[in-house]
Design a protein around this ligand. Structure first.
Ligand SMILES: Cc1cc2nc3c(=O)[nH]c(=O)nc-3n(C[C@H](O)[C@H](O)[C@H](O)COP(=O)(O)OP(=O)(O)OC[C@H]3O[C@@H](n4cnc5c(N)ncnc54)[C@H](O)[C@@H]3O)c2cc1C
Length: 510
């Protein structure tokens, strides 16, 4: 069988694989992306991107490109959370940002960016077997011109919830599938239906339906307005459905209409849909995100029981993993750097499961106790600190990776400081475009710069900033702070801690 070699095989060109390929390319590694579909997917999945990944994309200079193709990049102050809403309307700064953009467009842009950075995409190529030993991982591939084999240093399964790679690597995926069936439509309502100014509707045979969630004895009906100018609405039914339907067949308007009738007790006259999908939630997490030379990222590693957070979680997996793989390939990775991927991202996946399981508990149940839970939770959200905290939890911006270090900044995402340098004004976001480790000296600490100079991969930048959070910060390529010097921290303490952090994250000194 024909054989080729590469450094990293990425299996799957969904948002997570495409993001990983771009991050590897930025770090100087040219991955081979193998995607079994001959053409990019057109299935309507996520309709937006939100949370921490938007900051990461800005730190890579990609957010403006996404904003340019987004149909509506305006801030979204209201988010569904289980059966209630997080309403940030009264806050001066949103704790959770989101952008309306179809998943297919995100995937396309990320793939284009990755190709520009040196990644090779092979579409119509399916990985059918994987074997590994101490030196390499070998993938058997079925391509349009027949089978062939690829040998690589590492392979990353970004191949979705039914991951073949996870199965081939023998990684357990414990969890459950929720019984509730969701049917979602973006659809114009018929002229016999009155659309109210508040986004509610009045439909003959059903009466008035409020915007938001309507819990009935048979399920939940979610209603929202897609645009204030027309009669296109977002409809979703959620029911514990034991009616017969074929999961391999797409949702039809007849099936949707039947479900609406069961949940609302009457018919709503609808026009042509622009989107129809049926889905069930799963709640699963891979037992290990790494087995030897094989890694998992995205849906292959976790499935969440609520919408809105999966792309954020999966794409930030990629950002965490790419620089570590690149460091290993470039020869400067410390021995256990690759193990920190599972350590950090399994922990983050657990946080995402925590908040999405809470959403599942809130949306389930139509009895008085379940209604009381939603009412009490809604009351708590009237308090600004609680509301901000929930926003940060959903966005993943409250995360602090478990890392050694005494500073409260260690493990957090570096703030986007405005920096005055000898070359003019810049920002942390701009410094991170190159995805290299950065030592940011904010207090002219020659004693610290002298230490860092011995670590070749680290860029040293000196700058002034208003209200400096620390004397210096060491930022990993994924934007997380590896170490920070307290303001006016003694040279002895700071230099010892800095040397330890540099060794831990960026290997032995050159
Ligand atoms: C109806 C719906 C609505 C959603 N809404 C949201 C939302 O609002 N917000 C949100 O964040 N998420 C949402 N999601 C979830 C989101 O779509 C997924 O989290 C996301 O697609 C995961 O990306 P991924 O790259 O990990 O996997 P996928 O997108 O599944 O990509 C995996 C890729 O791997 C390829 N592949 C599989 N096996 C092989 C193989 N053996 N060899 C080669 N290639 C292979 C597949 O063809 C596929 O292209 C929604 C999903 C659905 C279905």
């Amino acid at each position: 069988m024909q054989e080729m070699t590469t450094d990293v095989i990425v299996v799957g060109a969904g948002p997570v694989g495409a993001m990983l390929a771009g991050e590897l390319g930025r770090a100087g590694v040219r991955p081979l992306v193998l995607e079994r579909r001959a053409r990019p997917g057109t299935a309507q999945k996520a309709s937006g991107l939100g949370g921490r990944i938007l900051d990461v994309l800005r730190y890579r200079g990609l957010l403006d490109r996404l904003t340019a193709i987004s149909a509506d990049a305006s801030p979204k102050p209201i988010f569904p959370f289980g059966g209630v809403y997080l309403d940030f309307t009264g806050l001066d700064e949103l704790p959770l940002h989101a952008m309306a953009i179809p998943q297919a467009e995100v995937e396309e842009l990320l793939a284009e960016n990755a190709v520009d950075l040196g990644a090779q995409f092979r579409r119509g190529h399916e990985v059918v077997a994987v074997a590994q030993d101490d030196d390499a991982v070998v993938a058997d591939v079925e391509g349009p011109d027949g089978p062939y084999r690829v040998r690589a240093r590492y392979l990353v399964g970004c191949d979705g919830g039914r991951s073949r790679i996870r199965e081939l690597a023998g990684i357990g995926f414990p969890g459950s599938t929720y019984p509730e069936v969701n049917r979602l439509a973006v659809v114009a309502v018929h002229e016999s239906v009155t659309v109210l100014d508040d986004g509610g509707i009045v439909a003959p045979g059903v009466g008035r339906v409020e915007p938001g969630f309507t819990h009935t004895g048979t399920g939940v009906f979610a209603l929202g307005r897609v645009s204030s100018e027309d009669r296109v609405m977002f409809f979703q039914t959620t029911e514990n459905d034991d009616t017969e339907y074929d999961n391999d067949e797409p949702l039809s308007m007849v099936e949707l209409g039947d479900s609406v009738r069961r949940v609302l007790g009457g018919e709503v006259a609808l026009g042509a849909p622009t989107r129809l999908s049926r889905y069930q939630f799963q709640d699963r997490q891979a037992e290990n995100y790494r087995v030897g030379r094989v890694f998992l990222a995205g849906d292959a590693a976790h499935l969440l029981p609520a919408t809105g957070a999966a792309m954020n979680l999966g794409m930030t997996d990629s950002v965490n993993l790419a620089w570590k793989l690149a460091a290993d390939i470039h020869g400067w990775a410390p021995a256990d750097l690759l193990d920190t991927y599972h350590l950090e991202r399994h922990f983050v996946g657990g946080r995402a499961l925590l908040q999405t399981r809470a959403q599942a508990a809130l949306r389930q149940g139509q009895d008085p106790a379940a209604q009381a839970l939603r009412a009490v939770f809604g009351e708590l959200l009237a308090d600004e600190p609680a509301l901000r905290r929930m926003g940060a939890l959903v966005a993943g911006t409250d995360l602090r990776y478990p890392m050694p270090g005494t500073s409260s900044l260690t493990g957090t995402f570096a703030p986007d400081l405005i920096l005055d340098t000898d070359q003019g004004t810049t920002t942390v976001a701009e410094l991170m475009h190159a995805a290299r480790p950065v030592f940011l000296d904010l207090a002219d600490r020659a004693d610290l710069r002298e230490i860092v100079e011995k670590w070749i991969p680290v860029d040293i930048r000196s700058a002034g900033t208003v209200d400096r959070p620390a004397d210096a910060i060491l930022i990993r390529p994924d934007g997380h702070i590896a170490w920070a010097a307290a303001i006016d921290e003694s040279s002895e303490t700071a230099t010892a801690e800095l040397s330890a952090a540099l060794t831990r994250w960026f290997g032995v000194q050159s």
